[in-house]
Structure formats: C-alpha cells, structure tokens
Design a protein around this ligand. Structure first.
Ligand code: NYM
Length: 208
C-alpha cells in the first residue's frame, strides 16, 4: 500500500496570498515528482457549495448558524474524497479548512467559538497549518475588497483574532508581507519538514 500523502492547510484572512502560494507549492511539488493536488474550501462546485456561493455573493440570506453548518457540511461531503486521495499517496494542499469555518462564523455577534467548532469534530486533522499573516497596513496596500460578504476591515480584524485564539504550537505562523518567491521558498522548506514527519503516520481526526 502507498504511504499516505501529507495534508497541509493554508489559512489566513482574505488577501493574504493563500491561493497563489498553494498553487505555487502544488506546481513545485509535482515538478519534484511528489504527487500533490490542490483543493479549496468552500468548494463551490457541489450543490451545497452553490448555496454557499449564493450566500457569499449576497443573492440569498441565511441565518448565521444555518450557513455555518453548510460550510461544515461542504467539508463533510468531501471528506471521503480527501481521505481516498491521501490514502493513495497523493499529498493535498488545501486553501482554507475548518479553521476558516470557525474564525469567520465566530466573528459574527452571538456565535461562540466552541459552538462553531462542534460540527468539525471527527473531520481529518491536517498534518500542518500554515497561517499566512499580513498586517492591516500591508493588506490595505493590496487594494480594495470585492463585493462578497465578510470583505471589510473590521470583520477581517476579528477573523484574525479568532485565528490567533485557535492557533496551536503546531501551526506555522508565516509573515506574508514579502515577495512571492521568498514566501514560496519559506513554505517549501516548511513543507519538506512536514512531509518527512507525516509519512507513514496514521490519520488524526479533530477531537473536541
Ligand atoms: N469562509 C470559508 C467561511 O466563512 N467559512 C468557511 O468554512 C470557509 C471555508 O468564505 N471570505 C469564508 C472565507 C471567505 C469566503 O472563501 C470565501 P474564498 O477562499 O475567498 O473562496
């Protein structure tokens, strides 16, 4: 049986450069013959993902708790696919995961971190979380937000606080305020360490 792939999650506020760095990492690893695929959450291509997309684009309104559970259901519907890929030896670089789910929902009034975390319990736990951290000043230099929900400075500040509150010692806090290439090199180095240590280890799942 193939050794399982590594499961890496990129997290951070909007505009931190996650998607660009995820894709650079995937390309670089495939060039080095490390079979790797990109995935992202929310995955807007599924039926649940389409409702989330309509919500984010403000085409529909949903109560905060209901949409939170849809984001979580979107991860659960793709859990078998993630597991199968990892078991077949493919490494996954995933742009946002449960931590975004909790950090964004808990930034809303009346939404509690633990309540938000509960539906994530039992999902596969990544081998590493790379938290791309960008100062508000640097973020502001990157241009305006788009039209989607959550894309405003005050909300993003609260999201950042929530990420910091969830951050454990195994997370890699990465200063994203540097050139694309420097950031990529730092991420490659971090990935190599995680890849060596995660190989051959059993999957972990989120506990309480
Ligand atoms: N988001 C993302 C959530 O609110 N909950 C989640 O569980 C996830 C995965 O969706 N502003 C938010 C964060 C983003 C928005 O993500 C869309 P992206 O990466 O811009 O497509």
């Amino acid at each position: 049986m193939a050794q399982r792939g590594a499961f890496i999650v990129f997290e951070g506020c909007d505009r931190a450069g996650k998607t660009t760095q995820c894709k650079k990492l995937v390309d670089a690893l495939n060039r080095k013959n490390v079979p790797t695929e990109f995935m992202n959450f929310p995955d807007r291509s599924t039926a649940i993902g389409q409702i989330i997309n309509d919500y984010l684009q403000k085409k529909i309104h949903l109560p905060d708790k209901a949409v939170h559970l849809l984001f979580s259901a979107n991860r659960w519907e793709l859990e078998p696919k993630l597991r199968e890929k990892l078991e077949s030896g493919i490494s996954l670089v995933v742009d946002r995961y449960s931590y975004s789910g909790v950090a964004f929902s808990a930034a809303k009034k009346g939404m509690d971190l633990q309540w938000c975390w509960n539906p994530e319990i039992g999902l596969l736990e990544p081998d590493a979380v790379f938290l791309l951290n960008l100062s508000e000043e640097a973020a502001a230099m990157r241009g305006g937000f788009g039209q989607e929900r959550y894309e405003n400075l005050d909300f993003q500040k609260q999201v950042k606080e929530n990420f910091m509150a969830m951050k454990s010692s195994s997370w890699k806090l990465i200063d994203a305020d540097k050139s694309l290439e420097d950031l990529h090199l730092e991420i490659m180095e971090l990935f190599n360490k995680v890849y060596t240590t995660s190989h051959g280890t059993p999957f972990k799942r989120f506990a309480s």
